[in-house]
Design a protein around this ligand. Sequence first.
Ligand code: HEM
Length: 260
Amino acid sequence: MSVTGIALILFLTFHCGMNIVALFSGKAYNTICELLGANWYAVVATLGLAALAVIHIVFAFILTAQNRKARGDNRYDVATTVNAGKVEWASKNMLVLGIIILLGLLLHLFNFWYNMMFAEIVGMETTLSPTDGFGWIQETFANPLFVVLYVIWIVAIWFHLTHGFWSAMQTLGVSGKIWLNRWRVIGFIYVTLLMLGFLVVVLAFAFGIAPSLCCDGAADCCQQAVDCCQQAAAACCQQGADCCQQAADCCKEAAAACCK
Ligand code: HEM
């Protein structure tokens, strides 16, 4: 569980970095989406990722069943005797948290992977292009229900990972109070920053305050306004006064659209 867990945290780190790009540039984000798309290496990586997730989940059920069999209902002896209250809530509820995370993941894969990679592979018709990740992010987080569900999901992942990180270190052989405590702090900071990264993206798009929403749009729009004026002016020179009025109107419209 520790090895698959750490590999999944590494994937999340890459995924979070990629999502942060969407905060600043829709074009850059979609370039990455196009690079990944349904290319063979992206499909292979997805299959690898799915295998990691399945192994992680199967082991979680096996370990929980073994634990319950060995200890019955009194699974955390330390919590009920000398160290009452010292076992973290997340530690006792790793399986429940895991199930919430799994349900959130299914929703997430439906929102994105299904409309993007899957749609591209099977040639399914979609409202937006399968490589328009930026558009799918805008569309998903324009829906307040999805925003609430994603926030709950991200908080559940945070609980799961803050416990899982140092627990993995313990399984991998880090021992001694000092190093376990250090890993606990390192894990807490790392996982908190990671999940804040995801949260910021969800909220920035939900509230329409991602810098990419204004700058990219404005730049594209200003280019359109310039093109429009140039075309209108070229036509104007050939045709006379009426046309000049049209050119002026066109420029006004283009500039008004640009300000939005
Ligand atoms: C701000 C929140 C998030 C956004 C905007 C986001 C966005 C995306 C996008 C656009 C894709 C599709 C990529 C493609 O098919 O080309 C994707 C796939 C995926 N996301 Fe997220 N994601 C978010 C959070 C998360 C979190 C928290 C997890 C972890 C549990 C996660 C796990 C995945 C997985 C497993 C895939 C499929 C990857 C693959 O096809 O290889 N995502 N996400």
